[in-house]
Design a protein around this ligand. Structure first.
Ligand code: AMP
Ligand code: MN
Ligand code: MN
Ligand code: MN
Length: 285
């Protein structure tokens, strides 16, 4: 029986980290769900930054397409003065504790966007707020929208340089994150009946020692899993992350972090296979 379950898990195409234009993705929730279906995904999660507003439309399309939609959200959080991302999966989006937490982050995003626009204004970028707002399809403004605006204005040539020259650290447009602490964010996700997963662990600017310290702190605060496989993971990275996940008693998750940007070279559901599917996060789903 156990072997059958493991085989089913291995055969399934699962992608538990994707964005729509309700945060900084390009496509609508329906378009993302259709793409997931076309890619042969059996299980798919929509995980927009700090909002669950895209899930209603995504669920309607998932019903039409007969694909399993996991209700998700990617929440910004502070750990040791750094911003990290914690994905909540299988959440009840209507849970009041989760909703009020996300509202707090959405409000912070508004004041942060105004600060960023002022700071960019000081660096000679005229009308930063209006131009950025015009690019966003909802009232959620992310740094990606500012990045798009700076590229469109011809101030930077691509995403990589725009984040390096603007939008980070002490650069114009770089304003520190004041997100909720990691333990609080994990509590919101648990209150909503979800599982909490650390997103893209190897993408933070941290040494391996620091990543392991973070895993230990997060695991002690109740973290359930960690993304062992993301879009560009190498075999070596997957082996390393699986080992660390096991050491910290964390389940293994996988997600492409699809945003739909042309140059991102990421396809929904196009991920490497799990080496030990018995530790898969969704084995009990
Ligand atoms: P925010 O949550 O508004 O601070 O925006 C963070 C988002 O910006 C991330 O989820 C990424 O999608 C994007 N991002 C951050 N750093 C970079 C980078 N160096 N290059 C491209 N995109 C980035
Ligand atoms: Mn993003
Ligand atoms: Mn992220
Ligand atoms: Mn993401």
């Amino acid at each position: 029986m156990f072997e059958i379950i493991v085989n089913i898990i291995t055969l399934m195409t699962i992608d538990l980290h994707n964005h729509s234009y309700y945060s900084d993705g390009v496509l609508s929730p329906s378009e993302v769900v259709c793409l997931a279906k076309e890619s042969g995904c059996n299980v798919f999660a929509l995980t927009d930054h700090d909002t669950t507003d895209g899930l209603i439309e995504a669920q309607q399309e998932a019903n039409n397409q007969n694909i399993k939609l996991v209700h998700g959200v990617e929440i910004s959080a502070m750990w040791s003065k750094m911003t990290i991302h914690i994905v909540g999966l299988n959440i009840d989006k209507d849970n009041p504790i989760l909703r009020s937490g996300l509202k707090q982050h959405q409000d912070f995003r508004k004041t942060r966007a105004e600060k960023m626009a002022r700071s960019l204004g000081g660096a000679g970028v005229v009308g930063a707020m209006e131009k950025t707002q015009a690019l966003a399809k909802t009232d959620m403004i992310t740094r990606t929208h500012f990045a798009q605006m700076l590229i469109q204005e011809g101030i930077c040539k691509d995403m990589k340089s725009v984040f390096r020259r603007f939008l980070t650290g002490k650069k114009p447009g770089g304003v520190g994150g004041k997100w909720a602490r990691f333990d609080e964010v994990i509590k919101w996700i648990h209150a909503a009946g979800g599982v909490a997963v650390l997103a893209h662990p190897l993408r933070y600017r941290m040494t391996n020692t620091k990543i392991q310290r973070m895993l230990s702190h997060l695991s002690n605060a109740g973290l359930d899993g960690v993304e062992v496989i993301t879009a560009h993971s190498t075999d070596g990275e997957i082996t390393l992350m699986s080992k660390w996940a096991n050491e910290h008693e964390l389940l293994h998750s996988c997600g492409s972090d699809y945003h739909g940007w042309n140059n991102q070279r990421i396809k929904i559901g196009c991920l490497k296979d799990f080496s030990n599917p018995d530790r898969a996060l969704w084995r009990d789903w």
